[in-house]
Every structure is written in structure tokens, then in C-alpha cells.
Design a protein around this ligand. Sequence first.
Ligand SMILES: C[S@@+](CC[C@H](N)C(=O)[O-])C[C@H]1O[C@@H](n2cnc3c(N)ncnc32)[C@H](O)[C@@H]1O
Length: 193
Amino acid sequence: MPSPVTRSFLRTLKSRNVRANVPSVSEATAELLAGLVAEYGISSLLELGTAHGYSTVWLASAVSESFEKHAGAVPSVITVDFSKPSYEAAIANVAGAGFSNIVTHVFADALAYVPTLAGQEFDAVFLDAEKRSTAKLFSLAWPLVRKGGWMVVDDVVKFKNKMEDFYALLAERKIPYEIVMTDPDDGVMVFRK
Ligand SMILES: C[S@@+](CC[C@H](N)C(=O)[O-])C[C@H]1O[C@@H](n2cnc3c(N)ncnc32)[C@H](O)[C@@H]1O
């Protein structure tokens, strides 16, 4: 879990996001992500949907801690957003938290960027972009998850109405998942490959 300094940074960033109406995962969802990283020694992560980097800082902190504990592979987080102001804000926030060395910021539409990663493998993908693109992004990113790796998709309860094609795709391809209700009104979908 994040160090006291990182926790305090995250608390401040969360308050700023709330005040400025910038979306970010709930603390409970962030803890679930960090818990997965810690438990399974995840070191390479792809995040689709950065916003101002709140979840990115959580993920970078978790992979960095996991690296120190398990002396595993060099930690890396690639995070993608197609909003220039968000991309720039995230760069500043990740640097402020001290994780620039771990995080690669990509300013791109994930629908166009993810196919350029073909052939690379990630321990985990966190999908938190435009909800109506979830089915397409899942189809593009799922092949990049290594065998035994993880995919987590945010907002699958609250925005289920925007993800009908995603739920249909999962049913059609018989891909098993678990919904974890991290918040009273919402949850994340967790996949293990
Ligand atoms: C819910 S916010 C991400 C919140 C962030 N994960 C956090 O918890 O701090 C969604 C972000 O995804 C970005 N986004 C949506 N669709 C995208 C796409 N197709 N490609 C890249 N970024 C996208 C939006 O610009 C927005 O900043």
C-alpha cells in the first residue's frame, strides 16, 4: 500500500479532482488494484484512461513497492489519454508523486494506440476510458494480457447501460469474469487470463 507520503499526495490529488470535476477511481477501487499488484507481483501495466493520473499514481506506487519486495521485473506503467489537458496534468502529478521513472504517458486515442502494441505482453491492463468504447478496447487489449495476467474494467455497474455491447461480447465469447462491488453503487469487472 502507498507510503504515508504518497497517501497524502493521493488524498490531495483526489480532493483537487473532486473540486474540479475530474473523474478518478474511488479509493476502494484503487486499493483493489494495488492489492492485485501486491498479491500477484504485477510489474508491467497498461492503463487506458489516465485523466489527471490519480489511478496512475496508485498503480505506479504499487508496482514500485512490489518490485522492492519481490525483486521482480523492472516495473513499468504505460498510461494513455486522448485529452491534452489531462495528459499534461497527469505528467505533472506523476512527477510530483515521484514516479516519472516508472510511468510512460501516451497522448493518443487508445483505439488507435493499443493495436500498435501488438506483440507486447502486460501483467495487467486497467480499462477506464470512454464507457461506450469498452467492448472495442477490451477486444484490442485482451490479447496483450499475458497468460495468468489480469484485466480490470471500471464502472461496470453504474454505466452498464453504456456497455451493453461489452456484456454481449463477454457472453458470446464465454469469457469468465467476476464483478467486485468496490463501492455501494458501482463495481469493477476482474478477469484472469
Ligand atoms: C474515467 S477517466 C479516467 C480516470 C483515471 N483512471 C483515474 O482514476 O484517475 C477517463 C479518461 O479516459 C480518457 N479517454 C476516454 N476515451 C479514451 C480513448 N478512446 N483513448 C484515450 N483516452 C480516452 C478521457 O479523456 C478521460 O480522461
